[in-house]
Design a protein around this ligand. Structure first.
Ligand SMILES: [Zn+2]
Length: 311
């Protein structure tokens, strides 16, 4: 009898470990950060887990930040409900991934990018806005035009659920942040030029190459000092952080911030561009301490941030 109970305990522990493994796979990854709701009120909607609600809030927040009309948020929500039940899946049909089950082989982005809900939601909205008459389409047809799904009529039935979620989550904002005051990777991409001597000059930042329009996130929370045109940088953003450190983001295609605005770690602030003295779409990411530029890779290492340029 005791032996049977012991066996059951072992089995339960084993199953719990297995379940924890699944959660880690879905939520985890070196560049994943969790979604934090502003204030202390975490919303509750019957039938949805906190992870699903956080992902729905990310979809709504990105829609607002990109100035997409509300109908577009509903289209994005019905799509993510149908494709993933609002879960950030690291698997899918063929090479489909993430909240919207987008496919690297179809040009949606790299695997790691598509597993970032901020990136995948931005990609969804970019494709939606590229459909000229999307506001006049039915919600189902607009979703299907973006997704080209094998189940073209499956989206419409989720509209009531999407509206219920929007009502519950509308007042909430969610930022993807490791923890207040910490540091986040500003863009998912390939490091192409490091800080240090370059040719006859000195490269004062780190270049991270990524496709045009890739989201640029605030590396840390702080106040936007500048957001606009700047010589050499094309379009730039400068953020002052609590300890006086300044981060600069250059060659941007579009900025989504205003000078004086408070931003939080991981907040979408701009899109990767090729403006100014630039030879291809990339982010020039610069960090200054006491007015002196410092190596971002070493800065992140010293400050317990995620690894920049791990290859
Ligand atoms: Zn640079």
């Amino acid at each position: 009898m005791l032996a049977v109970v012991g066996g059951l305990v072992v089995l339960i522990v084993f199953m719990a470990a297995g379940a924890a493994g699944v959660v880690t796979t879905v939520l985890g990854g070196a560049h994943q950060t969790r979604c934090t709701f502003a204030g202390d009120e975490t919303p509750a909607v019957p039938g949805y887990t906190p992870e699903q609600l956080a992902n729905a809030t990310t979809i709504i927040t990105i829609g607002k930040q990109l100035n997409v009309p509300e109908r577009g948020w509903i289209i994005a929500l019905v799509t993510a409900i149908q494709e993933s039940r609002l879960r950030n899946l690291d698997y899918g049909d063929r090479d489909s991934l993430g909240l919207f089950q987008q496919r690297p082989s179809q040009g949606w982005g790299k695997r790691e990018q598509l597993l970032n809900p901020t990136y995948s939601a931005t990609q969804f909205y970019r494709h939606l806005l590229a459909v000229p008459d999307w506001p006049a389409m039915s919600i189902n047809d607009a979703a299907q035009t973006v997704q080209r799904s094998g189940f073209p009529h499956a989206y419409a039935r989720h509209e009531p659920a999407a509206r219920q979620l929007l009502t519950a989550l509308h007042g909430h904002t969610c930022t993807r942040t490791p923890a207040a005051g910490e540091w986040a990777v500003p863009v998912q991409g390939q490091c192409t030029s490091r800080f240090g001597p370059r040719g006859t000059g000195f490269h004062r930042g780190l270049d991270i190459a990524a496709p045009l329009g890739t989201p640029i996130l605030a590396a840390g929370s702080g106040t936007v000092l500048d957001s606009g045109p700047a010589s050499g940088y094309g379009l730039w953003i400068r953020i002052q952080h609590r300890d006086g450190t300044i981060t600069t983001y250059g060659h941007n295609n579009r900025n989504h911030t205003q000078p004086g605005q408070q931003v939080r770690t991981g907040q979408l602030i701009a899109e990767v561009g090729n403006r100014g003295e630039s030879t291809g779409p990339h982010l020039h990411f610069q960090i200054e301490q006491h007015g002196q530029p410092t190596d971002p890779v070493a800065f992140f290492r010293r400050h317990g941030g995620p690894t920049l340029c791990d290859q």
